[in-house]
Design a protein around this ligand. Structure first.
Ligand code: HEC
Length: 104
């Protein structure tokens, strides 16, 4: 039983690693211009995505896609994304490690 659980865990991790790599490739060409190569926004009016929760990122992208969250640019960008691509992009940005320092 333990072995089965370990195997399941391992395969889940492998899928996740594939998602991260696919998300990175997509983000480098489609998102980095505004959200930065490292997920820290390079455009002042765009939010940082590095280290954000995957569930939150997926939800927002789906909301832009279906118009529940309205934004001219993100609406156009999210429209053609498939559920799989959204999961990959969310996996990539949420895999980034961020550290926070309290204000002195
Ligand atoms: C041309 C610039 C631009 C590009 C390219 C772009 N974005 Fe955005 N993105 C924005 C802006 C501006 C916002 C803030 C929109 C708002 O106010 O709702 C935003 C918001 C978001 C949010 C919501 C973040 C939050 O904190 O709620 C997500 C998620 C997101 N973008 C993901 C992506 C992904 C993934 C891509 C690539 C497929 C991408 N964006 C490409 C400009 C861009």
């Amino acid at each position: 039983m333990k072995k089965i659980i370990a195997l399941l865990f391992l395969s889940a991790n492998v899928c996740f690693a594939d998602d991260i790599a696919a998300g990175r490739a997509k983000a480098d060409t489609a998102c980095a211009l505004c959200h930065g190569v490292n997920g820290i926004a390079s455009m002042p009016s765009a939010p940082n995505l590095a280290g954000q929760q995957a569930i939150y990122l997926s939800e927002q992208l789906k909301n832009y896609r279906n118009g529940k969250r309205h934004h001219e640019v993100m609406g156009v960008i999210a429209k053609p994304l498939t559920d799989a691509e959204i999961a990959q992009l969310a996996a990539w940005y949420s895999s980034m490690k961020v550290t926070v320092e309290a204000a002195p």
